[in-house]
Every structure is written in C-alpha cells, then in structure tokens.
Ligand binder design. Sequence first.
Ligand code: FAD
Ligand code: NAD
Ligand code: NAD
Length: 503
Amino acid sequence: GSKENTEPKLPEKKVIVNVPPTSKEIPNKVPYLLIGGGTASFAAFRAIKSHDPKAKVMVITREHQMPYMRPPLSKEIWRNVGSDLKFKQWNGAERSLFFEPDDFYIDPTKLLESPNGGVSIVRGYTVKAIDVSGKKAILSDGTEIEYDECLLATGSEPENLPIFTSASPAVQNKVSVFKTIDDFQKVKKILDESNSVAIIGGGFLGSELACALAKYRDVKKLTVHQIFHEKGNMGKILPEYLSQWSTERVKEEGVNVIPNTQVKSVELESSKVKLKLLDNSSLLVDHVIVAVGSRPDVKLAEESGLEVDNLHGGYLVNAELEARRHLFVAGDAACFFDVKLGRRRVEHHDHAVVSGRLAGENMVGKKKPFVHQSMFWSDLGPRVGYEAIGLVDATLPTVGVFAKHPEIESSTKSDENTETSSTESLPNTDNASFTEATVVQPKTASEIDNYQKGVVFYLKDEKVVGIVLWNVFNRINVARSIIAEAKKYDDLNEVAKLFEIHA
Ligand code: FAD
Ligand code: NAD
Ligand code: NAD
C-alpha cells in the first residue's frame, strides 16, 4: 500500500453539539412550534408549508439527527449496510433515511428574518413543559419559547424489562433497545463483532429485526434467537393459524424462534449473557436486543396539566387532534377520537404521516376531523408481506379468505371465536398443524401454498373493523372504503373478490 495507508489512524472522536450550540440562540417566539423531530412533525411541517408557504416553523427535538424515517431500520438498512444511511427500497431505488436533504432546512438563528419563512430543526434540546394558557414551551434549562400554534409529536419510547434493567451493569452493557439511528449504529457495531444475538419480543420490531439480522448473518456469521411469550410471530395481530404459518417462514429465514416462553433469569458467563428460559433451558449469547413494545412519551403531561388516556395511553385529543386550544398532538403520542372506530392510539409510520398532516392542516385553521384511515405494512422475509388497516387485533373474530392450490379454488378460514356463521368454511386438510401451536409439522409444499395470498377480515359486532391484505398489494384503498362503510356482510367471500386475490 501507499505511505498514507500505513500511517496509524487516530480513532474518530464524535463530538455531538447541540444546534444551535446554546439555548440563548433559539428564537424565543415562533408562529409554529413542533415538539419532537419524528415523522409526525415532518408530516405536519409539510402540511403547514403547503397551506402557508411563507410559514416559519421551528421543530425542537431531543435527538441530534435531522428528521428521518424509522421503518428501514428494522428491515432494508441491514441488507446493504454502508457507512451512509441509505437503503434500497422494495422497487430497487436507493433512498436516504432522512426525509429532506440538509439544505432544505434553515439555520434556527436565521429563521425569523427569513423573508420566505422555512423550517428549522433545533437539535439536542428537550421540552419539559407547556404553559398552555401562556402559549409557551419551556425547555429543561428553563428557556421559554412562545408560539401561536404548537404540536406535540413526542412519539414513544421503547419498553425494557425489569429483569434487564435490574441486572448488573456488566449485563446491562450487553442489552440494547432499538429505536433510533444511534441505536442502529451502536447495535451494528456490536453485532459485527458478535457470533450470537437474542431478540426478546415477537411483535413488529422483534420479528422484522430477527429476519433482517438472520440474513445479515450470511455475511457476518451471526446466530439469531428470538424469544417471546406468544405461540407464534405477530401473535397479537394475526389469527393463530396465520401467526403459526408466519413463524415457519421466519424460521426459514434462519431465525431460531423460541415461542411460548420468557426469560426467567439473566447473568454473565465468561463474557456472554446467559438467559435462562421458563423450561430451565438456557442460551448463551453475545448480545440481547429488547423489543417488547413502546410506551407513549407523555412526560410533559403532568407539569403542563394535560390529560392522558388511562386505557390507551397518550395525550387525550379530540377528532381534530386538539389537546387544548392551539395545542395539537399527532403520531404515537396521540390518543385521538376516530369518528368511525372510536378512541384509539396507533404506533405506525403511516399514522404518524396521516395524523401529522391533519394536525398541520388544523394548525393553519382547516378544522378537519380524523376520518382518513392510516395503514401499516410489515414484511418477514420474502414470503410474508402484508398491509393492514383499521382495528387488527388477534383477540377479535376473523374470517380469512385465501387463494388456494390449483385443485381447490379458495379456502375460507374462520377463527374458533368467530361469532358469525355466515361464512362457509371449506374443508382444510392441513388445519391440525395450525391449531396445535407447539407442534412443528413437516414443511410440505401444500402447507406453504395454503396461506400465500389472501385477505383477513377482523370483526366487531359482526361489522368489518379491520383488514389485513396478505401478500396482496395496491388494494389498500379498497380496504379503506370497506372500513369506512362499517357494514355487516352476509358473505365475506364476495367482499374478498374485490381484492382479486386470485389474480
Ligand atoms: P417518533 O418517531 O417516536 O419521534 C418522536 C421524536 O420526538 C423523537 O425523536 C424524540 O426524541 C423526540 N422527543 C420526544 N419528547 C421530546 C421532548 N420533550 N422534547 C424534544 N424532543 C422530544 N411503523 C410502520 O408503520 N411500519 C414499519 O415498518 C415500522 N418500522 C419501525 C421500525 C423501527 C425500528 C421503529 C422504532 C419503529 C417502526 N415503526 C414502523 C413505527 C413508526 O416508526 C412510529 O410509529 C413513528 O416513528 C411515530 O412517529 P412520531 O413522530 O409519532 O414519533
Ligand atoms: P409490539 O407491541 O409489536 O410487540 C411487543 C412484543 O413484546 C410482543 O411480542 C409482546 O408479547 C412482547 N412482550 C411484551 N411484554 C413482555 C414481557 N414482559 N416479557 C416478554 N415479552 C414481552 O412492539 P415492538 O415490536 O417492540 O415494536 C416497537 C414499536 O415500533 C411499536 O410501536 C411498533 O408498532 C413499532 N414498529 C412497527 C413496525 C411496523 O409497523 N411494521 C415495525 C417495527 C416497529
Ligand atoms: P414511503 O415513501 O412512505 O416509504 C419509504 C420507506 O419507509 C419504505 O421503503 C418503508 O421501509 C418505510 N415505510 C413507509 N411507510 C411504511 C409503513 N406504513 N409500514 C412499513 N414501512 C413503511 O413509501 P414507498 O417506499 O414509496 O412505498 C409505498 C408503497 O409501496 C406502499 O403501499 C407499500 O405497501 C408498497 N410496497 C409494495 C411492495 C410490492 O411488492 N409490490 C413491497 C413493499 C412495499
């Protein structure tokens, strides 16, 4: 190599500075103030700018990053990890995690004199309270910022488990939660020097990350264990047979799925983490990632006198997303009134987009209620991709209609707890393997074929309140209009035809 290459390199020291460097430089009065630098805030400033092009919008975020999207962090980003934060989308196009290039934003110290307005991101600062009647946000160092309209988009924080938070510091060093770019960069660095990882949790994050890391293993020789309470992956969302089917697909990705259990004790054993499970078996791993749900960040509530919903968590807002006058909430942190489906809180990307946009529109005075349903999607390896809308909850009765192998045209699968008898259940020879959760059946081609493509209806009071489109894409608008009608149907097979699952 050349001479330069043999020179010892100094370790790169990352100096994190707040922007602007001191809170004195933050404008102390802005027309639009958005608290939180996530997706809901991004959607809100887009909406504000499109209705009020010269608007001056200031975002305050605790993170040191410009606004970015989180979904690729548990999926695409692991497929072509480079030093930049780019990822390849499902259609092959390369894209950045960041919503806008840096030069889209205006330096916060120049926002107020900017003739055409703009959006500024104040980074590294935390808002600790809102003075609602004084229309002021108060930073943790006491700095006050006046606003005309304010959005709370504080999102949610990852949960952890007491068994890990009460463990020794040496164990805690080997346990991570996963939410931010910083978490991704830290975990990636650790896993690049590890042979094994245990992911705790069988929900969205745990399941997606398990699949992504198992493929990453091809490159890095990493064994991925996934441990959770439920009988199968996504057991809180999918009907049991579909959750079981998905679990088989997750295993095919190379994940060692360990369902029906929990971590009973944790200790350090020769520099590895030893996890003891319910059946007294134990696992030795280099690192643990906890993905056991998140809780809405409502830390501002008490000091600001804001109401939190006891059942769903999150700030209580009306259908226009107002907590109080001139104070809106959107995204994960909002417990809102859905005119069609009642009071809800949703922790998904598109909901942050839809609710953030609505809040932005209402901040410029549009007075619109929440009627447009958001959707979400997830994928677990190449055979499982789904989109969903409305209330999708495994405790609701469901009716699933699936495209079948060539000899049978379609199969309908009703849950045991389905209260409707209107849908005929066709005989399904493989049923047994899906009701016996702990039995792993041999993988036959027909079993794999069974649930490749279909639609699942979730019912409440016999009305369709939720829909999962299973490996069916570009039909979410059809599903949205079915949810909007909130009707009882005599034959869901007929409704399923609208989705052209046989196409
Ligand atoms: P957040 O994204 O949580 O952003 C809130 C921001 O506010 C944070 O930066 C926080 O630091 C900051 N903040 C909080 N309090 C304060 C304060 N007091 N002062 C200053 N700043 C504050 N959803 C999907 O639909 N599909 C997916 O595939 C998907 N994948 C995901 C993958 C990962 C790894 C994660 C973590 C989430 C995923 N989600 C997905 C969920 C989705 O990303 C969230 O629902 C969405 O980010 C919520 O946006 P938000 O703006 O409400 O809040
Ligand atoms: P989740 O609620 O989807 O899943 C939580 C999992 O942790 C479940 O399997 C649950 O049983 C388990 N769990 C809960 N308490 C436990 C305990 N005491 N011991 C053991 N296991 C326990 O949440 P998540 O998967 O952690 O995701 C975090 C957030 O990110 C959520 O808001 C989620 O909606 C969001 N997210 C969404 C997507 C998507 O929409 N595709 C993808 C990733 C993340
Ligand atoms: P986008 O600009 O909203 O999303 C950019 C990235 O963010 C995506 O690559 C994804 O990682 C993530 N993301 C955004 N919204 C998400 C959500 N609700 N759930 C999970 N992840 C989310 O949208 P895009 O990337 O241009 O894609 C838009 C459409 O493409 C969606 O309707 C999606 O279902 C569809 N899609 C189709 C296929 C297919 O095989 N035909 C595969 C994946 C996605």
